[in-house]
Structure formats: structure tokens, C-alpha cells
Design a protein around this ligand. Structure first.
Ligand SMILES: O=C(O)CCC(=O)C(=O)O
Ligand SMILES: [Fe+2]
Length: 295
């Protein structure tokens, strides 16, 4: 098994990146965001961090600050959420055959000095089904600071996406995502990983954006995080990613409509309910009803 995380430069094509992710369950793209764009995100988020308390659970960490709602808190982070290379990866892994995918969560994770390593886990463990034989979640974890072994760079077991979760693997099976600020670790929801221990004197911060199949419940409630009055002014592609779009067939509707109607009007629409089916099913229904009605 390959025991290091493959780390590639920002000019990598999505095809090569996908081959690595498919084989290893993860890959690092170094320097995908410029220092300037990370500075802009930091200007947006640092004031919020100052007011965010430490977590209060084993998993979230008691010396770790976490905050969501990054699309609202940081206009600069929107470019990372919708980075074209990241979305090409999502399109390829989550797109085919299973409909659109959506943003599962946005979270900034600031691990402070003295935090021990987090328990190894697979992010998809929140769904109560065994590995379905296809990927249902993919995450992009951006380094907001340089990630080092000492400051708690994310730990990951390369190749673990093809194995059941093992929380205590041989120590040499666990790699760390050492990467400079502005890099991104892309990993599958089926890959075993965790936050690292911060043995340095300064916090280590990650920005995580998780993407999941559109028929799964989003971990972060996107409609509370990005309510219609704010979503209204975002680009349509981001609105759709958040979930202001019907998921065919018939999931996520509002008053029988594609939920994007709430972005167009202040009042609840009084429109007729309708079907949202894929073309093949729509055709099957047409044939069924037209045949029956003709009898
Ligand atoms: O902070 C990190 O490096 C990863 C944290 C993580 O995996 C999680 O909270 O699910
Ligand atoms: Fe995780």
C-alpha cells in the first residue's frame, strides 16, 4: 500500500487527481488558493473566531473552536467552496447516475495548542448504512495555516476507503497532511482520518467544505445557515449547491415547487404543485396515464 499522501501542484488536471483519489482515498493539491485569497478569508473569519468558544464534546474537541455558516461569514470563502478543480472532482465522483450533489457542511476548525489527536473516523459514519459500493461524500479541507506534523495536520490512513473503519491502525499506517497554507486535502467520506494533536504554540486552522449526494440529509442545515434573504444575492450555481434547487425525483420541494422560488418572491407562492421526475420516468408516467385515459 502507498503510505504517503500524494501531493500535487495546482496545475494538476482533474483526471490525474481523480486517479489518485480513487486509488488512495485522498490527495493534496498544494497552493491551490493564493496567499492573497487566504488572507481575504482570514480577514473575514478572524473576528468570528475571536468570539467562538471552544467545543464541548470529545469529538469536536475541547481545545478546538468550530464554526459553520462560512458562506455567510466569509464572502471570500465562497470562491473556495466553488473552486473549479474541486467541483470537477465532485462532478466526477458524486455526479454520475445519482443526481446532483449538494454542500453537506462548511466548517472552520481551529485546533488550539494542547488538543490531543481526534479519534480516527470516516465522515460518512453519520449515515446509518454500510458502504453502499459508491461514494456518497467527498470533502475539501483547506489549510488556512501551514499544516505541520507538530501543529496537528489532519491524519489520514491512505487506502482506508476500501477497508472497514479501524480506529487503532498500526501507527505507521497513519499519514499527516503536511501542506502549506492555501493547499487543499481532498478526501472521500469513506477515508479514515482525524484531526491531529496540536503540540505547537499556535492554533492550526482548517476550512472544510463537504459535498454529498443530494438525497442525503445535509449535516449543516444549509437553509438556517444561508437563509433565503442572503441566498437571494448569491450566484445561482452557489444557490444550487446550497440546496435551493429541486433534487429529481421529488426531493427538497417547497409548496410543490422547485425551492428556488423562495429566492424570487417574499411571499409564499400560490403555484400549482408539480412533478419532478427524470425524463425516463416522466415518459413512463405519460405512457401509463395516456393509455389509461384512452380506455
Ligand atoms: O481538523 C481536522 O484536521 C479534521 C477534523 C475532522 O476530521 C472532523 O472533525 O470530522
Ligand atoms: Fe472528519
Amino acid at each position: 500500500m502507498n503510505m504517503t499522501i500524494v501531493s500535487v501542484g495546482p496545475d494538476i488536471g482533474s483526471k490525474e487527481l481523480l486517479e489518485t483519489i480513487d486509488r488512495d482515498g485522498c490527495a493534496i493539491v498544494r497552493g491551490l488558493a493564493s496567499t492573497d485569497s487566504m488572507d481575504a478569508v482570514a480577514r473575514d473569519l478572524d473576528p468570528f473566531f475571536a468570539n467562538t468558544p471552544n467545543g464541548e464534546g470529545y469529538f469536536v474537541g475541547r481545545r478546538t473552536k468550530r464554526m459553520g455558516g462560512l458562506i455567510v461569514k466569509s464572502p471570500a470563502a465562497r470562491r473556495l467552496v466553488a473552486h473549479p478543480l474541486v467541483l470537477e472532482v465532485m462532478d466526477a465522483i458524486l455526479g454520475p447516475h445519482r443526481g446532483a450533489y449538494r454542500l453537506n457542511l462548511t466548517q472552520a476548525i481551529q485546533i488550539h495548542p494542547g488538543e490531543p489527536e481526534q479519534i480516527l473516523h470516516k465522515d460518512q459514519e453519520l449515515y446509518p448504512f454500510e458502504h453502499a459500493g459508491f461514494e456518497c461524500m467527498v470533502n475539501a479541507l483547506w489549510a488556512y495555516d501551514d499544516f505541520t506534523e507538530e501543529n496537528g495536520a489532519t491524519r489520514i490512513v491512505v487506502g482506508s476507503h476500501k477497508q472497514p473503519v479501524d480506529r487503532q491502525p498500526r501507527p505507521d499506517a497513519v499519514c499527516q497532511a503536511v501542506m502549506p497554507r492555501g493547499s487543499v486535502l481532498i478526501y472521500l467520506g469513506s477515508a479514515t482520518h482525524s484531526g491531529g494533536a496540536n503540540k505547537s504554540a499556535r492554533p492550526r486552522t482548517a476550512l472544510t467544505f463537504s459535498y454529498a449526494l443530494g438525497w442525503l440529509r445535509q449535516a449543516e442545515n444549509q437553509y438556517l445557515a444561508v437563509p433565503p434573504r442572503i441566498a437571494r444575492d448569491l450566484p445561482e450555481s452557489l444557490q444550487r449547491l446550497i440546496g435551493y434547487a429541486i433534487h429529481v425525483p421529488n426531493l427538497g420541494w417547497y409548496e410543490g415547487q422547485d425551492p428556488s422560488v423562495v429566492l424570487q418572491a417574499d411571499t409564499a407562492p400560490t403555484l400549482a404543485a408539480r412533478d419532478y421526475f427524470p425524463p425516463q420516468l416522466e415518459q413512463e408516467l405519460r405512457t401509463y396515464y395516456e393509455t389509461r385515459l384512452a380506455q
